[in-house]
Design a protein around this ligand. Sequence first.
Ligand code: PLP
Length: 402
Amino acid sequence: MTASKNRSPKSQQMATTAIHSGRHQTQERENSPPLFLTSSFTFHSAQQAAAVFAGEENGNLYSRFTNPTVAAFEERIATLEGGERGVAMASGMAAITSVFLGLLAAGDHLVLSRSVFGSTSNLANGLLTDMGIDTTQVPLSNLDAWRQAVRPETKLFFVETPSNPTLEMVDLTALSQLARERNILVAVDNVFCTPCLQRPLALGADLVIHSATKYLDGQGRVLGGVVIGSESLITEKIYPILRNAGPTLSPFNAWVLYKGMETLPLRMERHCDNSQIVAEFLAEQPLLASRVNYPGLSSHPQHQLAARQMDRFGGIVCVDLGSRERAYTFINGLELATITANLGDVRTLVTHPASTTHAKLSEENRLAVGITQGLVRFSIGLEAADDICEDLLQALHTLPYR
Ligand SMILES: Cc1ncc(COP(=O)(O)O)c(C=O)c1O
């Protein structure tokens, strides 16, 4: 694990930082970073092994918790997020689980937004409840609801902003202040933005979480996750979960992610450019006029907050077709977009959240956060925007009663 003491780079420096951070050349003088595919590391002597295990000497031990390729990825994402240290995990859910397990114990109370990824909600209401950790879910953007949910035993606020898939947001500065005044930590799932578009630590949050599976990889190849925060919080609360429970990121996946991040700023620009074009194009279609959801549209109820809090508006566009039947017809009519439950790929991806990513939630809970049966989520890719729009238009023409 390598600590990064850098402050968050300004967005115009992201392109340079994404390429040069976390780079530690070995004596072989390689240009591209090496891949350390090894389970363990060796020692000159039994005494040295003891010294490294005791923390008296620096060195790699065992790849469950120390691997130079994984450390390079951790350093790179921690630098971009403006955190002191990152700990990589096997997936986004492993990262979220590690935050919950690291910060909460029986008797504690967690407040999280209603609009979170399906598995995060299931985890909070299943495993955590079984462990004696009480959970309250509140409407994401309603600061009064957060305030009212607080109890003496509340230890953590958890948010996803913008949320998956409904693109709801919370004012992170205001929420962090509210939490700080009450001695509560704030963890932010920053998957939809990446540090290129939003840096929650600079807005007052304590921890940032990523499903690296999404934009950090950016090409739909590997699973990964990471938690970033201050040296003390990560070292004392999150790293012990990695070391003892072992939700470890493989060095191979770390290498793919490390390399993938070199193009992250470039890709995010293009995702945002394309998404704005696609959202405006969809909003012009008479059938869809008021049914397009994208923070970059002035019709989005939180457009002003998005403009203040995020550098740009992201790569996810949602549209409500009115019913599951119409949503399915539209999805099945697409030729360029791929039907899959992932996001943040070079390809345009399409998902029906109510029957896939959020299928395990009750209909009541889904509707409470706006996940209707007609909702279709697009992760807009890097293809030519005209080609994406053309595909959407021909799929719209397959719908009956346009
Ligand atoms: C916002 C968000 N958080 C967390 C996750 C979980 O990530 P992973 O699939 O890498 O475990 C996802 C996955 O889709 C997600 O969209």
